[in-house]
Design a protein around this ligand. Structure first.
Ligand SMILES: Nc1ncnc2c1ncn2[C@@H]1O[C@H](COP(=O)(O)OP(=O)(O)OP(=O)(O)O)[C@@H](O)[C@H]1O
Ligand SMILES: [Mg+2]
Length: 325
């Protein structure tokens, strides 16, 4: 088990990543962190700051998805008095406020195109022009950005400037989803257990093996944040020193993962081969989790048993056992 600031992992890919990060943190190179929601992007950003020569300077985070373009511009670059209604005084933006430190641009993939040009200029020239102002201000920040999107694809589809992407992703970091690092569930459960036990309402000494097995089977679309929420629930709902399967939320206990809509294409459509195999794989997985019960699998998939049987037949999943549902 490796510790990296507030993060822990037993996963080889994550360990490798932490090793890289502790080396690049000391440099001034811009880091772009990609990962699904709850994978620890913000933790990584603040760890980079604290390992860097800028650790005594400010760490400022701005969520680029939270604001419309004009407000975002003012938040990033500041504004001068009278720039717009309500601009009663000169106000510095995050680029200035993070001076001497690290600026964390969260959800960078959501920055509107028209602002991307200005962002690029700010990073290249190390200067920003406040909204409504004419004099550029020199700024000194190290940029760490994060996104849940594959920026390359955004570039290909014309939603993100290639030049800006190359400026931001000098050091690309990918945080794998929790479901792809099963060894981390146990490690994170132990870590979060210490924290929840310290809060005093319930002290759990043992996580029952069946409980851990259920957690390891859950896909955790919300990643570590979701795992934490599940444990907070479990601590609250159960009593006693053993964390039992019955303490887990119903969906985790029953393994009833909500399918994404339109898993089963409507009748008459002819999905592409890759879609078909993805669906076949999905049905097989749900069936396995349902212990082979087609009735339960159909319920999990949100379709009738007849529809499931028909889809399995069409996808060649019946292996000659083509009996009616
Ligand atoms: N490896 C880890 N070890 C310990 N805690 C972790 C780890 N990864 C994430 N966490 C915890 O998971 C939660 C989510 O982390 P964080 O906010 O950094 O995720 P994020 O990727 O920024 O998510 P979002 O995209 O939704 O903003 C936090 O409570 C954080 O402490
Ligand atoms: Mg975040």
């Amino acid at each position: 088990v490796v510790e990296f600031h507030n993060m822990v992992t037993a996963d080889p890919q994550m360990k490798e990543l932490f090793a890289v990060l502790s080396r690049v943190a000391r440099t001034e190179a811009p880091v772009l962190v990609r990962g699904e929601t709850g994978t620890g992007k913000e933790l990584v950003a603040s760890a980079i700051h604290r390992l860097s020569g800028r650790r005594n300077g400010p760490f400022r985070a701005i969520n680029c998805a939270a604001l419309p373009a004009n407000l975002l511009e003012s938040e990033l670059f500041g504004h001068v008095r009278g720039a717009f209604t309500g601009a009663v005084r000169d106000t510095p933006g995050h680029f200035q406020l993070a001076g001497g430190g690290t600026l964390f641009l969260d959800e960078i993939g959501e920055v509107p195109l028209e602002l991307q040009a200005k962002l690029l200029r700010a990073i290249e020239a190390k200067q920003v022009t406040p909204v409504g102002g004419r004099t550029p201000v020199t700024v000194d920040v190290r940029i760490v950005s994060a996104t849940h999107r594959a920026l390359r694809r955004e570039v290909e589809q014309g939603r993100f400037r290639a030049d800006l992407m190359y400026r931001l992703r000098v050091i690309p970091v990918y945080l794998p989803p929790l479901r792809e690092r099963p060894g981390d569930i146990g490690v994170l459960v132990n870590r979060i257990a210490v924290e929840l036990n310290a809060q005093g309402d319930r002290h759990v000494d043992v996580v029952a093996p069946e409980t851990l097995a259920l957690l390891e089977r859950w896909p955790f679309p919300g990643n570590v944040r979701e795992l934490r929420n599940v444990l907070v629930y479990a601590w609250a709902i159960g009593t006693g020193p053993v964390l039992l399967p019955g303490d887990l939320p119903y969906e985790v206990r029953e393994g009833e993962f909500e399918p994404t809509p339109a898993v089963v294409p409507s009748a008459g459509s002819t999905p592409a081969l890759s879609e078909r195999s993805a669906e076949a794989e999905r049905i097989a997985r749900v069936l396995e989790r349902a212990g082979g019960s087609r009735a339960r699998a159909a319920r999990v998939l949100g379709i009738s048993r007849v529809t499931l049987w028909r889809r399995m037949k069409e996808l060649g999943l019946l292996d000659g056992q083509g009996e009616e549902p």
